[in-house]
Structure formats: structure tokens, C-alpha cells
Ligand binder design. Structure first.
Ligand SMILES: C[S@@+](CC[C@H](N)C(=O)[O-])C[C@H]1O[C@@H](n2cnc3c(N)ncnc32)[C@H](O)[C@@H]1O
Length: 309
């Protein structure tokens, strides 16, 4: 297992890099650099002519990228969203790429460092932005959004069945005092939650929903999948690791639609001579027993792989 020196234990490390089928002289993108676990493994498989572009929204990821790989000419880094990868590829004048990896969601250091404001376990400023220099913080949003909007976000992005009660409680609480701390929000939400899954914190789903909303995670994913497929060369592979059902559903649907091609309206005769645009590589992959025993985060990980034709 990848060392924990950088604070993040990489999920499906060998499986993801193997699925990319790294060619020594290929061009690759790690769209979610994090702490560079997958990148390090990709670099091991690349020869002197190969190149790897790491992308991450988080300025801390940029710092790690510089610490770990600034001496390696084969590695480049751009701080930004993988939803913009086509423009990075164009700027680098790459003719296309041989593989893209997306290991979605947040890294362990983002969750574990209270100052980042993602955690309902430790007190910190209620921020939750992967890039703290851009967009609205979670605190700004919970203090200004309409009750219906909060309820919709908790319902849609957290699948939280007590979304309405929680939204009401948030709006009532902020009238007394602005909500600025993670534990303050966790307590408000927990008090409005009559029942939650065994072994989980009552604020888990609400925090997940707010984090996804603040970071536009599903919008980025939709755009990132399109762009990744667009920049792939024929034979190039897209490998995506998801951590919750909303993400995995989108990835599965996207890959399936590309493989099957556009739906023909029922009234048109089916013409089946269009060549396939892509094929699925194997079935979805989950972590094995050894990894599961060593890393709780791996429990929810699902990996899917697509190859462009
Ligand atoms: C699960 S971690 C990746 C860990 C990485 N594979 C490793 O081994 O260290 C997810 C990372 O993706 C970043 N991220 C999430 N969404 C992003 C997006 N749309 N664009 C760029 N980076 C994103 C997060 O900031 C976080 O650092």
C-alpha cells in the first residue's frame, strides 16, 4: 500500500494504473492529483519520452506536486478543474492523450485538517472549498441561501430524507447567530435528524451534500467526462473511481451511452452500421479484502474503465 507520508492512502492504486495500460512514451492526465499517489505509480511506468499532467483544484495539492515531482521533467502540474482539461491539453499542444484518471471526491488531508472546514468531527471554519481562493464558502452559502434551496441540495446531493427539517433548522439558527463553524453546523443538523444509519454521524449526508454543492462536483464531473473522452486518442483509456452512488450513476450512464451510441427514436428504423465509439474495459472494480481491511475509504470505491475506439 502507498505510504501515508503525504497524508492520503491512495485507493485502488495498482488497479487504476493497470487499467490505464500505461505506455512508456504515452501522454497521461491525473485529473485529481491529490497527494500524488496515483501519479507516482504512473510515473514509474513511464519512460523518458512519456509525460504526465497532474491537475487539482487545491493549492495544497500544487504544493505537494512541487515537493514530490518538480525534479521530474516528465511531470507537469496545473491548478484548476479537470472540467477544463481540454484547454490544458490545447495549451500544452498535446495531440491527444493516452489515458485519463479521475479519483473523485476529497482527499484524506482535506477531510482531516480542521482548518479546511470539511469535517463534522473536528471544529474549524465552515469552508469546504477545494480551492479556498475561489467561489463561495459553505458558511457564506448556509447563511444566505433560501430554505427551499438548502432543502433541495440536502435532498438531491445528500439523499438526506430529513432535508426539509434540517433546512428549517439551519434557517432558524442563523437568525440568532451566523453559522461559521463546522461543529456548529453539525450540531444544528444533528438536532434536526431523528434517525440516521447505524455507525454514521447524523451530519454525514448533509455535509456530503453541501461539499458537493460548494465544489460543483457533479457539474464538473459531467463536463470532465466529456472533456476526458474528447482529449483521448483512439485506444486511450478513461479510468474513473467514484465514492458515492450519485457519482457512480453518472459515470456508468455516461460510459454506457457512449458505448451504445445515441438512442434512435422509436419511429425510425434502427440502422446498426455506425462504428462503436468506445468499449467498456471489464466490469466495475471494487477494492479487494486486503485493501478494505487497511483503508475504510476504499469501502465505497467503484472503478470503471472505458477505451476509446
Ligand atoms: C480522492 S483525492 C485524489 C487522491 C489521489 N489519487 C492520490 O493518490 O493522492 C481527490 C482530489 O481531487 C481533487 N478534485 C476534486 N474535484 C476536482 C476537480 N473538479 N478538478 C480538479 N481537482 C479536483 C481534490 O481537491 C482532491 O485533491
Amino acid at each position: 500500500m502507498e505510504s501515508n507520508q503525504y497524508g492520503h492512502v491512495t485507493v485502488l492504486l495498482a488497479e487504476a494504473v493497470e487499467a490505464l495500460g500505461v505506455k512508456a512514451d504515452g501522454l497521461y492526465i491525473d485529473g485529481t492529483f491529490g497527494r500524488g499517489g496515483h501519479s507516482a505509480e504512473i510515473l514509474k511506468a513511464l519512460g523518458p519520452q512519456g509525460r504526465l499532467l497532474g491537475i487539482d483544484k487545491d493549492p495544497r495539492a500544487r504544493r505537494t506536486a512541487m515537493e514530490r515531482f518538480s525534479g521530474d521533467d516528465r511531470f507537469l502540474f496545473r491548478q484548476g478543474s479537470f472540467a477544463d482539461m481540454a484547454s490544458f491539453v490545447a495549451e500544452l499542444q498535446w495531440p491527444g492523450v493516452d489515458g485519463v484518471l479521475l479519483d473523485l471526491g476529497v482527499s484524506s488531508p482535506q477531510l482531516d485538517e480542521a482548518e479546511r472546514g470539511f469535517s463534522f468531527m473536528q471544529d474549524g471554519p465552515l469552508d469546504m472549498r477545494m480551492d479556498p481562493d475561489s467561489g463561495q464558502s459553505a458558511s457564506e452559502w448556509v447563511n444566505t441561501a433560501k430554505e427551499e434551496e438548502i432543502s433541495k441540495v440536502l435532498w438531491d446531493l445528500g439523499e438526506e430524507r430529513f432535508a426539509r427539517r434540517m433546512a428549517k433548522a439551519i434557517v432558524a439558527a442563523r437568525q440568532t447567530q451566523p453559522i461559521t463553524r463546522t461543529l456548529q453546523l453539525a450540531e444544528i443538523v444533528a438536532a434536526a435528524n431523528p434517525r440516521w444509519e447505524k455507525g454514521k454521524n447524523p451530519a454525514t449526508r448533509a455535509f456530503q451534500a453541501i461539499r458537493i454543492y460548494i465544489n460543483r462536483e457533479l457539474d464538473d464531473l459531467a463536463q470532465g467526462l466529456e472533456q476526458a473522452f474528447g482529449v483521448l486518442k483512439p485506444g486511450g483509456r478513461l479510468t474513473v473511481i467514484s465514492f458515492h452512488s450519485l457519482e457512480d450513476r453518472m459515470v456508468k450512464q455516461y460510459m454506457r451511452d457512449i458505448v451504445r451510441g445515441p438512442k434512435t427514436p422509436k419511429w425510425l428504423p434502427v440502422v446498426d452500421d455506425a462504428p462503436p465509439k468506445a468499449r467498456l474495459v471489464g466490469k466495475k472494480i471494487r477494492a479487494g479484502e486486503t485493501e478494505l481491511a487497511a483503508n475504510v475509504r476504499a469501502r465505497s470505491a467503484v472503478m470503471r474503465v472505458l477505451e476509446k475506439c
